[in-house]
Design a protein around this ligand. Structure first.
Ligand SMILES: NC(=O)c1ccc[n+]([C@@H]2O[C@H](COP(=O)([O-])OP(=O)(O)OC[C@H]3O[C@@H](n4cnc5c(N)ncnc54)[C@H](O)[C@@H]3O)[C@@H](O)[C@H]2O)c1
Length: 330
């Protein structure tokens, strides 16, 4: 297949591009490089440095190249920033996705895999989270993602779009040969920030809240390896049904506490990684853990990275060999 991959120079997208190329697909990446890295894009994929907002560019690309499907990763990802600048997030994450969907409709491209998020569930009362857990998004970031799911659902009904929304839990790790990995600025994800302490780039890790109703008092999250996520995308592509919207949780079903992540990082790096305990942060939920049975039974997906130490070790292999990430910032 020939795929258009938006946001394919970003963290998860670049890993999916690698998996697509390895599986023999032809890939065109559309990324404005606002957060992505040209060097993250596999050399066998074509990188078009452009913005989703540019409808002429979308039309030109879709006219000149016949895409069989679109994988849509492009978005702003900082939840906290979305609270301060909501319209920036609605414009890029929702508005530009509507532009993309409209272009797909104009050019009769009817297959799409979308990067959704477990944040659409909000503060669920029951764990683990199934796909039928009522949505209750708590931020503009999460509300825009849910609205995109609705736009996909309505497009499925109205013009036959076949689509899969993968609701990621916490993406982590790096490709096995450590040639690409996570490089966000600012970095808000726990594992890279813990590893920055081991690299000497931060003095300590801050733990927000140590009195949650969890085994050691710190928050529990479901860390899913980015290569396993890439595999979930390939399986989703194969599972698309015309005119049908499908949503799957992309998590392992196993949670880890903040303290367990720090301990795993100490074991993997041999660094003491000091911690500073701080009060709870507003809006943090004690536990977020996927029920992954639907993606396992319907797509045959099984994570290959099953332990926290394996995930942290693969992230460490990237950060240790690339302490400045892709080193492409001014
Ligand atoms: N990383 C996670 O743990 C996680 C969890 C849940 C959902 N997601 C979703 O997965 C997707 C990928 O996340 P990520 O961590 O790889 O983020 P990322 O920031 O590394 O990648 C996003 C990419 O999209 C590009 N982009 C943004 N707006 C664009 C636009 N208007 N036109 C063209 N390119 C644009 C950026 O330059 C970047 O390369 C996002 O949609 C995010 O919301 C990620």
């Amino acid at each position: 297949m020939h795929l258009l991959v938006t946001g394919g120079a970003g963290y998860v997208g670049s890993h999916a591009v690698r998996a697509l190329v390895s599986a023999g697909h032809r890939v065109t990446v559309l990324d404005n490089l606002s957060a992505g890295h040209a060097a993250a894009v596999h050399t066998d994929a074509r990188l078009v440095a452009g913005d989703l907002h540019d409808e002429t560019l979308l039309d030109d690309l879709m006219t000149l190249e016949h895409y069989d499907a679109v994988m849509h990763f492009a978005a702003f990802i900082e939840v906290g920033e979305s609270v301060v600048h909501p319209l920036k997030f609605y414009e890029n994450n929702l508005g530009n996705t509507v532009r993309l969907l409209a272009a797909m409709q104009r050019h009769d491209i009817r297959r799409m895999v979308f990067s959704s998020t477990c944040a659409i569930y909000g503060l669920p009362e029951r764990m683990p989270i199934t796909e039928d857990t009522p949505s209750s998004p708590q931020s503009p970031y999460a509300r825009a993602k849910l609205a995109v799911e609705w736009a996909m659902m309505d497009s499925a009904a109205a013009w036959g779009l076949g689509c899969v929304a993968l609701r990621y839990f916490n993406a982590a790790g790096a490709v096995a040969d450590a040639t690409i990995g996570e490089d966000h600025d600012p970095e808000s994800h726990l594992i890279p920030n813990v590893l920055k302490v081991a690299l000497g780039q931060r003095e300590h890790v801050k733990i927000f809240g140590t009195d949650y109703p969890t085994p050691d008092g710190t928050c529990v999250r479901d860390y899913v390896h980015v290569e396993d996520l890439a595999d979930a995308h390939l399986r989703s592509l194969d599972a698309i049904k015309p005119g049908v919207f499908r949503a799957f949780n992309a998590g392992t079903g196993h949670g880890a506490t903040v303290r367990q992540v720090v301990e795993a990082a100490r074991e993997v790096t041999g660094h003491p990684i000091p911690v500073v305990e701080s009060p709870r942060r507003a809006g943090d939920v004690p536990i977020l853990c996927a029920d992954a049975s639907r993606i396992q039974s319907e797509l045959g997906w099984q994570p290959r990275y099953t332990t926290l130490n394996e995930i942290v070790a693969s992230a460490w292999a990237w950060h240790r060999t690339h302490p400045k990430g892709f080193n492409d910032r001014p």
